[in-house]
Design a protein around this ligand. Structure first.
Ligand code: HEM
Length: 357
């Protein structure tokens, strides 16, 4: 196992106590601070991903409970009182504010960490700046949504932008786990399954995006769009839910087709695991979707559905990312084997590629 070392704090002063670990963890935040090793940076990206996913749910909770004005002051929740009183609306708004603060810190730490990571990696630096840009865009769009009185199309845009931010965080976390290559790049990767299967997988990810988009249209035409006074999209929620349900079935069919190909021809373990996880969250989410639809769309179930939508999106992206494996060694002229892998059934590194027919 690799030993983790962080320059800037003498090992003798670290100890194994929580304070020693905290000092070690914070050392690299100092302006003249130490360096961050790849494992520690990966943990930073995991925290950013969890927080960005969590704020989607707390943001939805604010909308679903009508808690937008739960706190009457800022930054205090109420005049002279930072923490909200123990009532639902102020508490929901307060928790959302706290998570917003954590998210802002987490993305700043992701950028700082990328700069302090040894070795420095260009892809991680760019992706961490992507998080900052996404959060800034989300804050700006949030203000526009309020100015336009919770217009449903803008509310849809707010959700879609959240999903783009989640995607950025998933890719950052994934790439932070790839070994380092040469010249500030990640190591080259090779396909684990042939091109046909990869195409099918990316079609499935596209369909996941369609399901999410149509889901926001269901919300925009239903009882939980913006607030009671906000405008609604000009179609019936039942028609929108039908389209959303059919999109979900097509998405499910694409993932099942991929799973069938895998079962028939075999696939490396990481691909099997990612596909099983996606199937599990997708089916659970569909069950929640139908239950909420047939029980009058209760707010609690919609909150769970929003969490499920985020989980499905993360699982779909991780599924697509699992299709390539790091391939240490000299960089090939064409890292992706493209069409050739169908004929040879082998990656350039000669492993991890299963020949589907
Ligand atoms: C892969 C499966 C599914 C995903 C990823 C998904 C995703 C979503 C998303 C992103 C929203 C919008 C949430 C928001 O804007 O706050 C939504 C809303 C909704 N979905 Fe789904 N959904 C899935 C399956 C289903 C199914 C099978 C049904 C059954 C008809 C369903 C019924 C609904 C309903 C009724 C809403 C509106 C909830 C509201 O009023 O806010 N969903 N879905």
């Amino acid at each position: 196992m690799r030993t983790r070392t962080i320059r800037g704090v003498p090992p003798s002063s670290e100890g194994s106590s929580w304070s020693g670990r905290l000092a070690r963890g914070l050392a690299w935040l100092r302006p003249s601070g130490g360096r961050l090793d790849p494992d520690a940076y990966r943990r930073v990206t995991a925290v950013a991903l969890w927080l960005i996913a969590f704020i989607v749910v707390t943001g939805a909770a604010v909308r679903l409970t009508g808690s937008g004005l739960g706190c009457s002051d800022w930054p205090n929740c109420e005049r002279g009182r930072f923490v909200a009183p123990l009532r639902v609306k102020p508490m929901v708004e307060f928790v959302n504010r706290v998570i917003t603060g954590y998210v802002s810190v987490a993305v700043a730490v992701a950028v700082l960490g990328a700069r302090r990571r040894v070795p420095l990696r260009r892809d991680l630096t760019w992706l961490s700046w992507g998080l900052v840009a996404g959060v800034a865009a989300q804050i700006a769009l949030g203000a526009v949504v309020v100015v336009f009185e919770l217009n449903p199309v803008l509310v849809q845009g707010h959700f879609v932008l959240s999903m783009a931010l989640v995607a950025n965080a998933v890719v950052l976390h994934h790439r932070a786990g790839l070994p380092d290559g040469e010249d500030g790049a990640a190591v080259a990767t090779r396909p684990r399954v042939p091109l046909g299967s990869r195409r099918l997988a990316w079609v499935a990810v596209g369909l996941a995006a369609v399901v999410i988009l149509t889901g926001t249209a269901v919300t925009g035409s239903g009882p939980h769009a913006g607030d009671e006074r906000a405008k609604r999209l000009p179609f019936s929620i039942h028609r929108a839910a039908q389209v959303h349900g059919v999109a979900m079935l097509v998405f499910l069919a694409a993932v099942l087709a991929f799973a069938w190909r895998m079962r028939r021809h075999g696939a490396p373990e990481p691909v099997v695991r990612a596909t099983s996880t996606l199937l599990f969250v997708l089916v659970a989410q569909a069950a929640v979707g139908y239950t909420q639809y047939f029980t009058g769309i209760p707010a609690l179930l919609v909150g769970i559905h929003v969490a499920g939508a985020t989980a499905v999106w993360v699982a779909a992206l991780r599924f697509a990312l699992s299709l390539r494996a790091p391939a240490p060694g000299p960089s090939p002229t064409r890292p992706d084997l493209g069409h050739d892998d169908h004929r040879t059934g082998r990656g350039a590194a000669g492993r991890d590629l299963v020949a589907h027919r």
